[in-house]
Design a protein around this ligand. Structure first.
Ligand code: UGA
Length: 439
């Protein structure tokens, strides 16, 4: 089976590498020449645990190939994944420019029956547009080659993407034809040894499933953030409330951690895009509008606590910031709450000394020299008036508090992820502020 994966971003590269890992012949395509030459040298464009190893091993074994030439590589392929970016357009809806360009090239150069699979997160109706685009390109060539378009949304979490691909909870495939369904079932069989299902459905339902999943998860977070804020006002501790409600299996104890708002390349973009889809159809998704509003406000919650603590005067105060990426185990800075918090601190005339285990390179690229970057967690705290915990990387869980106290000028911690408790911090000689707790 020859598979082509177009787009070597986070989704495409993980898909290509994991398909090669089970023995399939895969070509990963990207228009970016530098990315492709780097991948051939084993240099990856993203940090994702376990991915480098799989990419290098399968490239060396000759099962995973990299190329910029889609026109050439599509010849003889049986399955082509479209995993290129769908950045939000000006109005927040997904921009399909790149997806449709790829569809056009596929139509121009395919040589055999092909299943074209949309893997990027795309609005309902996109598979139909891809279908029309390929059919048009074939017509213009005077060819009537058979093809099918399927929708196979991904549910990978950054930081656990390889694991999620190799051992999926479920695989969702929207497909109309039996021939395409059989081929995709065959391709995914090696990943279903754990007994988890492939859910075959119609194409619009598969496209909608992806948005509904992310929108539901974002809703859980904003709901918990709202409850956390209320907990503070009524003197309750959201940590206890979380455990209390999470024990009910109908609610579940996962994904109900309050914090400083969700970030990343998926939830913010997908929630906005779904709201837009609703608007275009004349339907107001009231809950999702509120989810977004709560999330925007939540990014400011820590700053409000900081301002109150310092009586509104942050001028020349030094803030040690632990964690920059939008969540642990990734270097992704897209829509990271840290960016909003840094901007607000700088606006108030404060200084920021930041440390992140892997995202510093990305952060420098986005933030520049407006803040300083430390080599390790301890040195970020040098002469700091306060310590801000922004991303819950494991290495921040048990630091040497005696050394940190000696380093710091102030004695206060603002914990945006509730990884510490007020009691332990008071024992360590600090004042402590979390999210939705008594302190
Ligand atoms: C999310 C989904 O979880 C994946 O299933 C989906 O495939 C992916 O988007 C996508 O559409 O590609 P991801 O963005 O990698 O994955 O990260 P999550 O682990 O879902 O975290 C998203 C944000 O929610 C982070 O900012 C995280 O800190 C925050 N979060 C998560 C909370 O504030 N509380 C929680 O309880 C969980």
């Amino acid at each position: 089976m020859k598979i082509v994966v177009v787009g070597t971003g986070y989704v495409g590269l993980v898909t290509g590498a994991c398909l090669a890992e089970v023995g399939t012949e895969v070509v990963c395509i990207d228009v970016n020449q530098e990315k492709i030459s780097n991948l051939k040298k084993g240099i990856l464009p993203i940090y994702e645990p376990g991915l480098e190893d799989i990419v290098i091993r399968n490239y060396k074994k000759g099962r995973l190939h990299f190329s910029t030439d889609l026109a050439d590589c599509i010849r003889g392929a049986q399955i082509a994944f479209i995993a290129v970016g769908t950045p939000p357009g000006e109005d927040g809806s997904a921009d399909l420019k790149y997806v449709l360009q790829v569809a056009d090239t596929i139509g121009k150069y395919m040589t055999d029956y092909l299943v074209v699979v949309t893997k990027s997160t795309v609005p309902v109706g996109t598979a139909a547009k891809v279908d029309a685009c390929i059919a048009k390109a074939l017509r213009e060539r005077g060819e009537d080659l058979e093809f099918d378009v399927a929708s196979n949304p991904e549910f990978l979490k950054e930081g656990a993407a390889v694991e999620d691909f190799l051992k999926p909870d479920r695989i969702v495939i929207g497909v109309e034809s039996e021939r395409a369904r059989t081929l995709l079932q065959q391709m995914y069989n090696p990943f279903l040894l754990n007994g988890h299902p492939i859910l075959f459905m119609d194409v619009p339902s598969a496209e909608m499933t992806k948005y509904a999943a992310n929108a539901m998860l974002a809703t859980k977070i904003s709901f918990m953030n709202d409850i956390a804020n209320l907990c503070e006002l009524v003197g309750a501790d959201v940590n206890l409330v979380r455990q209390g409600i999470g024990s009910d299996p109908r609610i579940g104890n996962r994904f109900i951690y309050p914090g400083i708002g969700y970030g990343g390349s998926c939830f913010p973009k997908d929630v906005k895009a779904l709201i837009k889809t609703g608007e275009k159809k004349g339907y107001n998704l009231r809950i999702l509008n509120a989810v977004e509003e709560v999330n925007e406000d939540q990014k400011k919650v820590l700053i409000n606590k900081i301002k109150t603590y310092f009586n509104g005067d942050l001028k020349d105060k030094v803030f040690a910031m632990w964690g920059l990426s939008f969540k642990p185990k990734t270097d992704d800075m897209r829509e990271a709450p840290s960016l909003v918090i840094i901007d607000m601190l700088l606006e108030e005339g404060a200084k920021v000394q930041a440390y992140d285990p892997v995202a510093i390179h990305e952060a420098k690229h986005m933030i520049g020299d407006k803040i300083t970057f430390a080599e390790d967690a301890e040195s970020a705290t040098k002469d700091a008036d306060a310590l801000l915990l922004i991303t819950e990387w494991p290495e921040f869980r048990l630091p040497d508090w005696t050394e940190i106290k000696e380093n710091m000028k102030g004695r206060v911690i603002f914990d945006g992820r509730n990884i510490y408790t007020a009691d332990e911090m008071i024992d360590n000689g600090f004042e402590y502020f979390g999210i939705g707790r008594y302190a």
